[in-house]
Design a protein around this ligand. Sequence first.
Ligand code: ATP
Length: 306
Amino acid sequence: MIQLYQPLNFLGMIYREIKQSLIDIEAMFAILARPPEIRDAPAARALAIKGGHVRFEDVRFSYDPDREILKGISFDVPAGRTVAIVGPSGAGKSTLSRLLFRFYDVNAGRISIDGQDLREVSQESLRAAIGMVPQDTVLFNDTLAYNIRYGRPQASEEDVQSAAELAQIDGFVRRTPKGYATEVGERGLKLSGGEKQRVAIARTILKNPPILILDEATSALDSHTEREIQDALERVSRGRTTLVIAHRLSTVVGADEIIVLEQGRIAERGTHAALMLRHGLYHSMWERQREAERARETLKAAGEVV
Ligand code: ATP
């Protein structure tokens, strides 16, 4: 019997391992969603980070040859600074973040970090230097601890907990049935968009990258959750080169520069105060959001919205 049991047990173990890696691979592809043609250059070197200065130079890009999405974009994110990208839906904001992560290559122009063209460095070193808090975080079918630790697999339990605290997800974790050992994802606890985003922030805190891309969720969060996420994001972006893809203008007021993108071109750029004085696209977007917020509050006060 034992002769049969051992190999079966072994097979079971292999099966579980393969299944877990398939789930992880699936999730990874969902995260990366990158076409397979992006390859390292034969002489690709590891990215050498000095301060993490990001530069876009006259970048042109299209997903399909007959429709150009970015039409000559140039801007800098100096080391340790925050630049926010705003603009109407479909303007090309998230595309900029995908290009910085090199999910795609530019059609013309150049993107560099500390003077090194992204196409000349290894993808592994590039992705190790950039932390991404995406719009929709994919969670693995595993425990909360596993999902947070994914940012740095060798992190200690204390590190995981302090990252969770910084990301303001520790309170939520404590309220779950088994704390950090609680299973999440399809077979476990379902997390809300805001909770998932805070798990992603905790992951990023553990990864401790010099460059950060924050792709804000489009879905409206309640104002308390939004404030918590905002606080967590501010903490994680402190001292790091940060590119924020913003959908809510309230989150960009403190940025060093705001780039207003419209149909693949930079329509306006400057600080919040300077852009408000221009009375252009940014100003009208701001006014529109304010009106929408006021309308929402009025409805809420009247008990129409919970
Ligand atoms: P939103 O604020 O709605 O998130 P965005 O400014 O971030 O919009 P992008 O996601 O960068 O916009 O998309 C810019 C344009 O590129 C859109 O018109 C979109 O339809 C198109 N696009 C995005 N991803 C792809 C893709 N994988 N293949 C083809 N077209 C795409």
